[in-house]
Design a protein around this ligand. Structure first.
Ligand code: HEM
Length: 137
């Protein structure tokens, strides 16, 4: 249900699918949903992919060459970059959630600032990792 309760800014309670385009998720909400998505990506894609690469890197000389070929392919690098972002975001957001659990940064403005720091730091660190992964330095 939505309405203009208590001011010009629309308030949303239980939103309907048709209202999704008008709903602006606040930064803490975005961090939260991305934390779940990144956790799922790390678990469902990260564990099997990294274990496979690890196995290929160790089994034999031939499998090591296969590992090198896969790891140097642009698409594999893109997948790795997705996993790197997932880990960095999940890690930073996880630390923020643990701090919230001990009542640090729970006030509205602090919670918003913390969420923006998490979003900014994870994008920045992922960009640095991307430059390294694609050989800029
Ligand atoms: C190493 C740093 C990590 C930290 C600090 C961390 C922290 C956290 C925290 C605090 C939660 C609970 C969030 C809540 O209260 O809702 C959580 C959930 C979760 N984590 Fe991690 N985690 C880390 C690594 C990982 C890794 C490596 C994986 C997967 C391989 C993972 C998968 C998940 C999943 C699937 C959830 C449940 C998400 C949800 O249901 O919303 N985490 N993590």
């Amino acid at each position: 249900m939505s309405g203009l309760e208590g001011g010009a800014r629309p308030r949303f309670r239980n939103i309907d699918v048709s209202q999704l385009s008008q709903y602006r998720l606040p930064a803490p909400g975005l961090v939260s949903i991305l934390h779940r998505i990144s956790g799922a990506m790390l678990f469902l894609l990260g564990i099997p992919f990294l274990l496979y690469l690890f196995q290929e890197s160790l089994t034999s000389e031939l499998s090591y060459q296969n590992f090198q070929q896969i790891a140097s392919h642009w698409f594999a690098k893109l997948v790795l970059l997705g996993l790197i972002w997932s880990f960095i975001h999940h890690f930073c957001a996880g630390i923020r959630f643990l701090l919230l659990d001990v009542h640090i940064g729970v006030e509205k403005e602090q919670a918003r600032a913390g969420a923006k720091i998490v979003l900014g730091a994870s994008v920045f660190l992922t960009l640095v990792a991307a430059l390294k992964l694609f050989g800029a330095f």
